[in-house]
Design a protein around this ligand. Sequence first.
Ligand code: HAM
Length: 427
Amino acid sequence: MRFRPVRGMRDLLPDEARGLIRLFDLSRRLASLYGYEEVILPTIESYELFAAKSGGEIKERMYTFTDLGGRKVVLRPEATASVARIVASKMLGYPKPLRLFYIVNLFRYDEPQKGRYREFWQAGYELIGSGRALADAELIEMLSRFMEMAGLRDHRFKVGHVGVHRALMGIFKVPEHEQDDVLGFIDRDQWDEAMKILSSYPAELRDVLTGLASVKGGMDKVFEEAWEQLSRYEPALRELERLREILRYAVMLGVPRERLFIDMGFARGLAYYTGVIFECYSHLRVALAGGGRYDKLISLFGGPDMPATGFAIGLDRVHLAQVEAGVSYEDRTFKALVVLAGEDERVVRLAGEALRALRGKMGARAVLDVSARSIKRAFSYASAQGYDYVVVVGRREAEKGVVSVKNMKTGVQVEVPVEELPERLPD
Ligand code: HAM
C-alpha cells in the first residue's frame, strides 16, 4: 500500500523546511529585539472559542470534530483567540502591557492554491493591555522591520480602521453581530450582501459607508477626504483621528510613509477587530501578514475590559515571496563530512576530536559518515550532498595526530593537526 499526504497537507523535505525554519529563527529574533515572550499554545481548542468572533468565512472552514470524550473541538484556525483565552484566565496578575509571541501551525479548509494551504505557519505578536495609538504603531513598525530583515524591501501596508465603520453603524443602532456580518461581507467584497443586512436602516448609513469605501491613498490625501465625508458623525471622526495618530507614530518610529496605503473600505475576515486593521504585501498578490486591534475579545472570554492589538505573519507566504524575489541569506556555516578509514580506537577517537573541533566553532556543521562505504564513494556522496569539506581520519593520520581535509569546491587537500581545525581549513 502507498500513502500520500491528505489533500492540502504538505510534507516539507529538508530543502523546503529549511526556508521556513530560518523564518522561525528570524521571528524569534524579532520577538526578542522587541521584548515579546514566547508562549506555546495547544493545537486543539474548543469549538466555542472560535464560534463567536472568528468571522463567517474562517468558521465555515474549520476542521471541526468530536473527540472521544464527546467534546466539539477544532484544529485551531488562528491563535489570537487562544492568547486572549489565556490572558483572560491565567495572566490577569501579570504586569501590563503584556507582549506575547508564538509560532504556530494553523488549519483552514481553504481551497489549496499558490500561497494558500490547509495547514500553514504563522508567527504572531500580541500586545495586550495598552489602548494607545503608540502600541499599534509599534506593531506596524515591527512588522516592517521583520520584512526588512527577511529581505523583502518592497513591502507595503494596507491600513484601514473598522472602528470608523463600527462607530457609524453604532450611531444607527446596528447591533454588534450585524456589524460583524457587514464587515465580513465587506472583507469578501460582497457589498450587495452587506447592504442587504443594512436595508432596514436609514439609507444614509448605506450611502456614507459606500462613499467612505472609495476613499483610499496615501496619508496626506486620505484624511482630508474621509474627514469631509464623516464630518457629521462625531464618534466616527474620533476613530478616524485615532487612525491618523497611529500612522503618524508609525512614521515617527521609522516606517517610511510611502509604504502606508490607507483604504477606508478595507475590512478583515476576523470578527473581533474593533479598531485599526492592516495587512502587509510585497509583489505576491496574497497578504504576507495581517493584524489589528481587538479591544473586546478578552472581556468576551470572561476577562476584564482589556485593550489589545497584534498581528501574525504568514511564514509560508513570506518564504514564497523570498524565493520569488531571489532573496538569499548569507550562509556562513559550512558543512563537513568526517569519514573514517578504519575503525580502530585511535581512529574513532581522533574522529571524535575532529567532530568536536568543527562543531565547537560557531556555525560549523559536522556529520560523521556512519556508513561502511569506501572513501571514494564517501567523496562522491559528499559532493552530491553539497558538503564543503571532507575530513578523512585513518590510521596513518591517527599516528601523526592529523586529519586530511579536502575542500570539495577547489579540490585542495591538506593535512591539518586536529587541534587546528577548523581555523586551518583549505581554501
Ligand atoms: P489572518 O489575516 O487570518 O490573521 O492571517 C495572517 C496571515 O496568515 C495572512 O496574512 C497570511 O499571510 C497567512 N495565512 C492565512 N491563511 C493562510 C493559508 N490558508 N495558507 C497560507 N497562509 C495563510 C490572523 O490569523 C490573526 N490572528 C492575526 C492577528 C493577530 N490579529 C491580531 N493579532
